[in-house]
Structure formats: C-alpha cells, structure tokens
Design a protein around this ligand. Structure first.
Ligand SMILES: NC(=O)c1ccc[n+]([C@@H]2O[C@H](COP(=O)([O-])OP(=O)(O)OC[C@H]3O[C@@H](n4cnc5c(N)ncnc54)[C@H](OP(=O)(O)O)[C@@H]3O)[C@@H](O)[C@H]2O)c1
Length: 265
C-alpha cells in the first residue's frame, strides 16, 4: 500500500515507552499528532518538544481510557475539533504478573479493559470514517507472548494479547482492498516502565540480553503500518521465538515459555 502523507495520527499511551517512540517516529516523518495518556504534564512536555523539533501540530488529550465512556468521549472530542484520525495507534496497555489466584481483581479487570476493550472500542469508533475516506491505518500493540499458547505467571496478560492478535488478524482480512489496513506489532521484552508496573523484572524473559530498543521498534512499526503490513515482530531473536512458539507440538514451546515466565522467588 502507498504510505499516507501528512496524516493525523492518534497515539494512545504516548507519554513514554514504545508509544512515545512511535509518536516521535510519526512526527519525524511530518505527521500531525494527537497524544493520549493519563499524565498531562508528561504529555505536554512531549508535545512542546516535538512541535519545536519537527514543526508538526501536536494536540494533547489527558485521559484515563479505562474510565466509563472514555473512548466515546475521546472520539467525540476529535469530531468536535474537526480533525479526522487517519492513523490510530492502539498502544496504551498495561501488564500484570504473578500468580492469577493471588492477583488483585480490580487491577486485573482494569488491565483487561485497557488492553482489549478500549482498543476494540477505539477501533470500532474510528474505522467507519477511515473506510468512507478509503484511507486509514490501525496499529495495534500485541506482544510476542501471543505466539505461545499461554503464559503461567501472567496468564491474564498473555490472554489479553492473544485477543489483540486474533482481532487484528481477522480484521485485517475483512479490510482487504478497502484502503484501510491493520498492523499487529508484537514486541518481545522491552526496557520500558512496563517492567516496573507489570513487575516483570524478576522474570527470566526480562533478564535475557534481548530486544530492540523502543526507538528501533518504532521505526519498524512505522514502516509496517504505512505499507499496510499485517504483522511485525521486531528483532531477530524475537522472530525466532515467535517461530518456535508456533512449532508443533506446541506443548514444547509452552513449557519453554513457562520456564521463561518463571519468577525468581
Ligand atoms: N515493554 C514490554 O516488554 C512490552 C512487550 C510487548 C508488548 N508491550 C506492549 O506495548 C504497549 C506499550 O507498553 P510500554 O512498554 O511502552 O509501557 P509503558 O512505558 O508503561 O507505557 C504505557 C503508556 O500507556 C499509558 N497508559 C497506561 N494506562 C493508561 C490508561 N488507563 N489510560 C490512558 N493511558 C494509559 C501510560 O501513560 P500514563 O501512565 O500517563 O497514563 C504510558 O504512556 C502496551 O500495550 C504493552 O502491553 C510491551
């Protein structure tokens, strides 16, 4: 597909980590941005810097996307501003590790809300207008973990990323020939604040010397999204793991992944 020029790109979770790098990458290519996250100060700092460095237009929307009605309000705010979203980056997501039976249920429920329902609703809201314009891209943040059948020690998080993968893959097929494409981005363990908030530091997978940096992930994601590629797994080592994860019998990969998901106790 031909890249979209001078797009308006809405990035959720754009204040730091992978989302921030993706926003920077789009700005460096001259696209206007709408940055969404909870922390307003961090978003404003990013916006001022990107405006100065790249000259693009940057709008900041500070919002907790898990609050009731938040995706709908975000959509309405964009409608009222008269800006059409050409590229939607569903990046905001959180993780939660530890034994399922010991996890706090409200935290678990909020994670599932953000990782699955917010992503789904934003896609459902912004897609119709992209289809009318025959111009649009949706970039969904999945994870390498979705290439393994399940993940002990972060079972619900892994399940949420399976959902993102299945939705993205199915939708991508539905949209063939429409001018709109969905790209699934599946990073492996990446050094961001996710490690702290999801408490994955003690997991073996997060102690291996792996993984491209957010900046490198963002470059691959930008290219994949603009060319309408269905899926991208950044990094050679992660690509090997994704391949191994789907080898039959999948129980072997499941056991290996279970080992990598172990926490030092
Ligand atoms: N890091 C990894 O190892 C890894 C691997 C595979 C996939 N991923 C996926 O990559 C995505 C980005 O993760 P990251 O590693 O960049 O994490 P991060 O550095 O913790 O960034 C998360 C972003 O999401 C925002 N956010 C969190 N909760 C939100 C809410 N309720 N409403 C609105 N915004 C919210 C955060 O800003 P505020 O806190 O200010 O809201 C921040 O901008 C996630 O979907 C994650 O599952 C990460």
């Amino acid at each position: 597909m031909e890249p979209i020029e001078r797009a308006t790109v809405l990035v959720t979770g754009a204040s730091k980590g992978i989302g921030l790098s993706i926003a920077e990458e789009f700005a460096e290519h001259g696209h206007n941005l709408v940055l969404v996250a909870r922390g307003e100060e961090a978003l404003q700092r990013v916006a001022e810097r990107l405006k100065t460095e790249t000259g693009v237009e940057v709008t900041v929307i500070s919002r907790d996307l898990t609050e009731a009605g938040a995706p709908q309000k975000l959509y309405e705010q964009m409608e009222q501003s008269g800006k059409s979203v050409d590229i939607l980056v569903n990046n905001a997501g959180v993780g939660m590790s530890g034994l399922f039976r010991e996890g706090d249920y409200s935290k678990l429920s909020s994670m599932l809300q953000l990782n699955m329902l917010v992503l789904t609703q934003l896609t459902h809201l912004f897609l119709p207008q992209m289809l009318i314009r025959k111009r649009g891209r949706i970039l969904n943040l999945g994870s390498l973990v979705s290439y393994f059948t399940g993940g002990p020690n972060w079972a619900a998080y892994v399940a949420s990323k399976h959902y993102v993968r299945a939705l993205s893959t199915g939708l991508s097929k539905e949209l063939k020939g429409s001018g709109v494409a969905v790209t699934l981005l599946s990073p492996g363990a990446t050094a961001t604040d996710f490690v702290k908030t999801a408490e994955t530091k003690d997991m073996l997978a997060y102690q291996l010397p792996i993984g491209p940096l957010p900046k490198q992930i963002a470059k691959l994601a930008y290219h994949a999204c603009q060319t309408g590629k269905k899926s991208v797994v950044p990094g050679v080592f992660n690509k090997i793991l994704a391949f191994v994860g789907e080898l039959h019998p999948r129980i072997i990969a499941f056991e290996v992944f279970g080992f990598l998901s172990n926490k030092k106790r």
